[in-house]
Design a binder for this molecule. Structure first.
Ligand SMILES: [Zn+2]
Length: 349
């Protein structure tokens, strides 16, 4: 069994935490998202099968989940490799690739991308949202689920010896289903045993992050070593956000680059703009949470790659960081958000 304590586990093996550098804490390099296909409006039905073309790009930005082709990020390994090289040149060091079981995780591909680009890649263990759970997963006890997760960290995932360095993104819906609750409990058990980082995909309701944290806490999880993803589409009220922040998890704003009129999975949500995201970060920093913020793009569809007119993996480094500085977040606070906080989180206890 490898000595994990004090190290970060990448798909190429253990590294010193200081080697990470600037880290995006929630990205996908290869995955499929057909589980979440959302049919287009009746008058736009033909778009579901349409190829990705220049004239469709704005429509895709507004309706990314309504085009079958757009959901197959796993077809773009060469483009992703090129973008990782650009990311490295822009000053990027590491990427947490938190694709889990259910959305076509492929750690062998991640290993190849890490070897060919020099970007540190940390893979994710565990299970995505309920609709992607297999019958076998649904039948597993908490103990069995925890064994599977622990084995992916200690021995390897997807039938390989390539090990995961984080548990998650663990998928939850709203309300949280029974199967998801068992996975959360198994996650907490595995984390208690391994001292490893955890990352959560909460359901689309402002009560979801808090409900997940309570389940993890009761099962012995370490909330201070847990990232709550997607807060930008989950808790939009400032007071509610500060209440949640007190629970002690990392606060992740990971949809940078996603701007859309209607968010199909929850029409009650007005998806914030990147300027609004930066504003929320400045508020959180002012409230003293600079040690708890992490950020990313959560690229999971083709249209967000630069190959298809998207922003790519370097957008935060090239454009969002200057905007943060312009709005009064200091360089040392930016360094915490991009370097120190991810490093602290990813280092095994
Ligand atoms: Zn994700």
């Amino acid at each position: 069994m490898p000595q994990l304590s004090g190290s970060v586990q990448t798909v190429l093996g253990l590294i010193e935490p200081q080697q990470l550098g600037r880290t995006m804490t929630h990205e996908h390099l290869t995955m499929t998202f057909e589980c979440c296909y959302f049919p287009p409006a009746p008058h736009e039905e033909s778009m579901a099968e349409a190829p990705i073309e220049m004239k469709n790009l704005f429509w895709l930005k507004q309706n990314p989940y309504s085009s079958h082709e757009n959901l197959l990020l796993n077809q773009e390994i060469d483009a992703v490799k090129e973008e990782l090289l650009v990311y490295k040149q822009a000053g990027g060091g590491a990427i947490v690739e938190n694709t889990t079981m259910g959305i076509s995780r492929n750690v062998a591909t991640l290993k190849r991308l890490a070897q060919e680009t020099g970007v540190h890649i940390i893979a994710g263990a565990g299970f995505y949202v309920d609709i992607t759970h297999s019958e076998e997963t649904r039948k597993m006890t908490v103990e069995k689920l925890s064994d599977v997760i622990i084995s992916e960290v200690l021995h390897g995932a997807d039938g390989t010896d390539i090990r995961c360095g984080v548990i998650g993104e663990i998928g939850t819906s709203w309300p949280i289903t029974d199967s998801e609750k068992r996975v959360l409990q198994a996650t907490a058990h595995a984390q208690a045993q391994l001292g490893c980082p955890v990352i959560i995909h909460p359901g689309r309701n402002s009560a979801a992050p808090g409900a997940v944290v309570r389940i993890l806490q009761e099962a012995g999880g370490d909330i201070g070593k847990t990232v709550m993803s997607h807060l930008d589409r989950t808790i939009l009220d400032h007071g509610e956000l500060l209440e949640f922040a007190k629970m002690g998890s990392y606060l992740e704003y990971d949809l940078f680059g996603t701007e859309m009129l209607n968010y199909p999975f929850n029409l009650k949500v007005d998806m914030p703009s990147d300027n609004q995201r930066v504003k929320t970060l400045t508020c959180l920093v002012a409230e003293g949470y600079e040690d708890k913020i992490v950020i990313a793009h959560d690229i999971h569809t083709k249209n967000r790659l630069t190959k298809y007119g998207g922003h790519g993996y370097s957008y935060i480094l090239n454009s969002i960081v200057p905007k943060m500085l312009l709005r009064g977040i200091t360089q040392s606070q930016v360094n915490k958000i991009l370097i120190d906080n991810p490093r602290e989180w990813l280092t095994f206890k």
